[in-house]
Design a protein around this ligand. Structure first.
Ligand code: NAD
Length: 250
């Protein structure tokens, strides 16, 4: 998978303070991009930026809750202001939840997952598309999940949010078909990050599931996001790329 250079490109990564987003921010920067690392966890975002700068890369951080409309508008404006444009966006921030059968799920839990995992992607894409369509194009990648294609039991709100991300991605790709903006999703399976480690720690079923299935690294998943953003994928738009080492079929 060749991604080439991102030299001179401005890239926004949400959820860049940890896991897949942190790996992607580092890879974009190593490929020459100017990276705005956004996270609700400012300490995480700062530490990603420090690691990029100490490796000689270009990055800045922004504390932002991507489920909040005003903060997302300010975030995209900051990326444009800081680096003179926005060429690529990796809308990746997300949360998981303890496994809960639908019959026992609270409305507040449902609302939280939909707001943070799905509404955030709508808000980010809306602001990014407005900028990119007015300024020559760009590439957007949204993080969904294999649970957004084939969910296991007990993850109803998470699965609905990630199915929604896949649907939004395809809708946006269709609206911009043939144009200068491409929109794709990645669907990671189990990926060794703090999010999955927390799920394994609180739920024995999740631990048992991933003990016997192949898991990816955050760098594996980030590499797929970079490829989708790269010129090598210039004809690819509207896909939901599964990155799970075949686990969905195991
Ligand atoms: P992670 O917890 O390591 O990183 C997620 C980051 O998102 C954290 O730094 C967190 O602070 C940030 N974040 C959460 N809510 C936010 C908000 N409202 N605004 C801004 N930032 C926020 O998790 P990860 O595993 O790297 O997850 C990244 C994405 O990948 C998520 O969308 C997740 O659903 C998805 N995913 C993960 C796995 C997995 O197995 N790890 C599998 C499929 C999909």
């Amino acid at each position: 998978m060749s991604t080439g250079s991102f030299e001179g490109k401005a890239v926004l990564v949400t959820g860049g303070g940890s896991g897949i987003g942190q790996a992607a921010a580092r890879q974009f920067a190593a490929a020459g991009a100017d990276v705005l690392v956004a996270d609700v966890d400012d300490a995480g975002a700062r530490s990603t930026v420090e690691s990029i700068r100490s490796a000689g890369g270009s990055a800045d951080h922004q504390c932002a809750d991507v489920s909040d409309e005003a903060q997302v508008e300010a975030l995209v404006a900051r990326a444009v202001d800081r680096f003179g444009g926005l060429d690529c966006a990796f809308n990746n921030a997300g949360v998981s939840a303890p496994r809960t059968p639908l019959a026992e799920m609270s409305v507040s839990e449902w609302d939280r997952l939909i707001r943070v995992n799905l509404t955030s992607v709508f808000l980010c894409m809306r602001a990014e598309l407005r900028h990119m369509t007015a300024h020559g194009g760009g590439a957007i990648v949204n993080t969904a999940s294999t649970a957004g294609l084939r969910p296991p039991p007990g993850v109803g709100a998470y699965a609905a949010s990630k199915h929604g991300v896949v649907g939004l991605t395809k809708t946006a790709a269709g609206e911009h078909a043939g144009g200068p903006v491409r929109v794709n999703a990645i669907c990671p399976g189990g990926t060794d990050t703090p999010l999955l480690r927390a799920s394994i720690g609180r739920d024995a079923d999740v631990g048992a599931r991933w003990a016997s299935r192949p898991m990816s690294t955050a760098d594996d998943v980030a590499a797929a996001a970079l490829w989708l953003c790269s010129d090598a994928a210039r004809s690819v738009s509207g896909v939901a790329l599964v990155v799970d080492r075949g686990a969905m079929f195991a």
